[in-house]
Design a protein around this ligand. Structure first.
Ligand SMILES: Cc1cc2nc3c(=O)[nH]c(=O)nc-3n(C[C@H](O)[C@H](O)[C@H](O)COP(=O)(O)OP(=O)(O)OC[C@H]3O[C@@H](n4cnc5c(N)ncnc54)[C@H](O)[C@@H]3O)c2cc1C
Length: 409
């Protein structure tokens, strides 16, 4: 190896929330860390930018809630290290038809994880939210304490700042084009011609994962980029403050068709974020940047469930975003294998619900590259090999959710 090549303990590729949390973790544990990003830091072309992401512990799969609870602790730790807030707590409200299998699984998964739940009928929901949320008779509402809003761009910036404080090196406008196995580690090459040596490497490139892994190993992972649209709606005059966290308004998710989610009015006064799940499968290079879902079912949902307090005629603001989905919507967190063995770890396919997990994923990835295993977290559902056994991945008992929703909040 040439002496001029800079050497690191860990090279992290991709500076979204996952890469930034990983660089924070490895640098905190005294690893000489390099974080490489292909675009400007905090750009708006991937998954981790914008004004709000939901944190909730209500998952139909019973392996996610414990990760959320661990992540919640780590969000708070990082906030106290930096000295400002990125996470605004409220309760979480899930709603849907009484017989919806995914919602039923949410309730049992909470119970299994000792997360207190309150299941409310439509009259109780009316009373709970002072008439702001209205459900049909055959729907139920599920209230849990663990909800909230995380500010994504601010949160990514927080972890990058903390990583720098810990001594990490951060370089943007560095597109990685090659990862090569060499004696004792890997060589990482960027488009401009620079080469870095890393004892270990973590790949967290979001919607670019399939492309990069294919070019490095020839393996085609079933991680598909998807273009989606965030929508903000105007709250009717006089009711703006009722939809805020201060007045107890929750983050929410509505099960069934379509899957709809949202956050209280926070980032833009008088507006509330209510997007519909799904979008348009894409490549990062062929995005339309235009709304990707049909608006009619969403308009009807807003009109019916928010009792006329939100103007459902049209969204007043939209933002384009991209994420990557796996067939079972479970994450991929694994060693890359092949000639890289345990020297390269990949984490992707966060399927529209990964942001809240950033801190715990960063910790898992640091554990994997530093000690070869993740402590306290079960990774059996996130292996690459699951798709060899079954192209659809992990089996789920609530196909109504997984087959239709290629995006969850
Ligand atoms: C509209 C929307 C709403 C969402 N809502 C929620 C929510 O409410 N709750 C929740 O928990 N999650 C939510 N998510 C999902 C969450 O935001 C993502 O799971 C998470 O941001 C994924 O982060 P990432 O770091 O894996 O990917 P990214 O943020 O895309 O980061 C990957 C980075 O890698 C860089 N990169 C790619 N290729 C290279 C290369 N060759 N060399 C160098 N750098 C490279 C990219 O430029 C990018 O910066 C939402 C996502 C979207 C889009």
């Amino acid at each position: 190896m040439e002496n001029s090549i800079e050497m690191f303990d860990v090279i992290v590729i991709g500076a979204g929330i996952m890469g930034s949390c990983t660089a924070y973790q490895t640098s905190k544990r005294s690893q000489k860390t390099l974080l490489l990003e292909q675009f400007d830091f905090l750009h708006h072309r991937g998954s981790s930018h914008g004004e709000s992401r939901t944190i909730r512990a209500t998952y139909p799969e019973d392996y996610y809630p414990k990760m959320v609870l661990k992540s919640e602790t780590l969000w708070r730790e990082a906030e106290s290290e930096i000295g400002y807030k990125v996470y605004f707590k409220t309760s979480q409200f899930d709603l849907g038809p009484t017989d919806n299998k995914a919602l039923q699984s949410v309730i049992s998964s909470c119970e299994k994880n000792s997360i207190p739940v309150r299941v409310l009928d439509n009259k109780q929901v009316f009373d709970e939210y002072g008439g702001l949320i209205q459900l049909p008779e055959n729907w139920v509402g599920v209230v849990t304490e663990y909800g909230g809003v995380i500010k994504p761009t601010k949160a990514v910036s927080m972890f990058q700042t903390l990583a720098v404080k810990n001594g990490a090196f951060l370089k943007d406008n560095m597109e990685v084009v090659e990862i090569k196995k060499v004696e004792g580690g890997v060589l990482v090459s960027v488009k401009s011609g620079e080469v870095f040596w890393g004892k270990k490497c973590v790949v967290t490139v979001g919607p670019w994962m399939k492309k990069l892994v294919k070019s490095v190993t020839g393996i085609v992972l079933p991680i598909q980029p998807l273009e989606t649209t965030v929508m903000y709606w105007k709250i009717k005059e006089g009711y703006e403050s009722k939809f805020t966290i201060e007045n107890g308004f929750p983050t929410f998710a509505s099960y069934g068709e379509p899957y709809i989610y949202g956050t209280p009015s926070l980032e833009f006064p008088g507006l509330i974020k209510i997007p519909v799940h799904g979008g348009r499968l894409c490549e990062p290079t062929d995005r339309t940047w235009t709304p990707t879902v049909s608006l009619d079912p969403l308009k009807q949902w807003i009109q019916e469930k928010f009792g006329g307090f939100v103007d459902s005629t049209k969204p007043v603001m939209t933002q384009s975003c991209m994420y990557s989905v796996t067939p079972d919507e479970d994450f991929v967190i694994d060693f890359l294998g092949e000639e890289f063995g345990e020297d390269v770890v990949i984490a992707g396919g966060f399927s529209g619900h990964g942001f809240k997990m950033g801190p715990i994923v960063g910790k898992i990835l640091a554990d994997l590259v530093m000690v070869g295993e993740a402590k306290d977290v079960e990774l059996m559902y996130f292996g690459i090999k699951r798709f060899e056994k079954n192209p659809k991945g992990n089996l789920k008992e609530f196909d109504d959710q997984v087959s239709s929703a290629h995006s969850l909040s």
